[in-house]
Design a protein. Structure first.
Length: 242
């Protein structure tokens, strides 16, 4: 080992003592069938760690940092990064487990208006363009920022559930007028934005299955799934919430 390599190893090994670490902000993870699955929103991908690297990460989560070499490998792979505080050991807080579905319970009597059709058309088309031209991280950041501006916390705490379900029904009834194929990511983002424009908040939830692997997402308000069935959603383990 050269002196330069020794110095680099020594520096990285000492990072754990010098500063707290956390999961990289672009990453989130969940445990499915005994294994960890990661979502990387910067690089638009899901992935798994190698067996030994996953073992290093699990040890870190459990507070057993193990060898400096193990921590060094997690830093080199940008799984862990430096943090001002010792945050990031716990996965992102998730909404309550779904118990109801707006699609399964609500029989919509909503009368479609031209303004709602145009609104849905514009939101779906602009969302599709963003997903084609920007990374997921950028799309999600824009969505979260828009929702925060349109729906301040004071409004969320007093949100009317019936209005939320009525607006969701309006989106579902006007979506067929948009000549773009349905897709869970596209439609869930568009629905969350459609609701936010009406000062109504909903969460965007990403979920995965392991065997076989599949990824899915949906819009959720409290414990009510807005654009999917309860059974289909419960088959997926949540991995990230926006």
């Amino acid at each position: 080992m050269t002196n330069q390599v020794r110095r680099k190893a020594h520096l990285l090994a000492g990072m754990k003592k010098m500063m707290p670490l956390k999961l990289h902000d672009d990453l989130s993870y969940c445990k499915v069938d005994g294994n960890l699955i990661f979502l990387d929103i910067q690089n638009d991908r899901y992935f798994r760690l190698s067996t030994d690297l996953e073992s290093c990460f699990v040890n870190y989560l459990e507070g057993d940092d193990g060898s400096h070499r193990a921590i060094q490998r997690l830093i080199e792979h940008r799984i862990l990064i430096g943090a001002a505080t010792d945050a990031g050991r716990i996965p992102v807080s998730l909404p309550g487990s779904p118990t109801r579905s707006a699609m399964e319970e609500q029989v919509s009597t909503h009368r479609t208006s031209i303004s709602e059709v145009l609104d849905t058309f514009a939101i779906v088309c602009s969302t599709q363009l963003l997903l084609k031209t920007r990374r997921l991280k950028h799309v999600l950041a824009r969505l979260a920022s828009y929702r925060e501006k349109r729906v301040p916390q004071a409004l969320i705490s007093h949100q009317d559930k019936s209005r939320t379900l009525d607006a969701t029904a309006a989106f579902r009834s006007t979506r067929p007028y948009v000549p773009i194929d349905t897709c869970c990511l596209l439609d869930s983002i568009a629905l969350v934005k459609f609701l936010a424009k009406r000062e109504l908040a909903a969460k965007l939830v990403f979920g995965v299955t392991a065997t076989p692997f599949s990824a899915h997402c949906w819009a959720q308000y409290e414990t009510t799934v807005l654009n999917d069935t309860v059974g289909h959603v419960l088959a997926h383990t949540p991995i990230r919430v926006i």
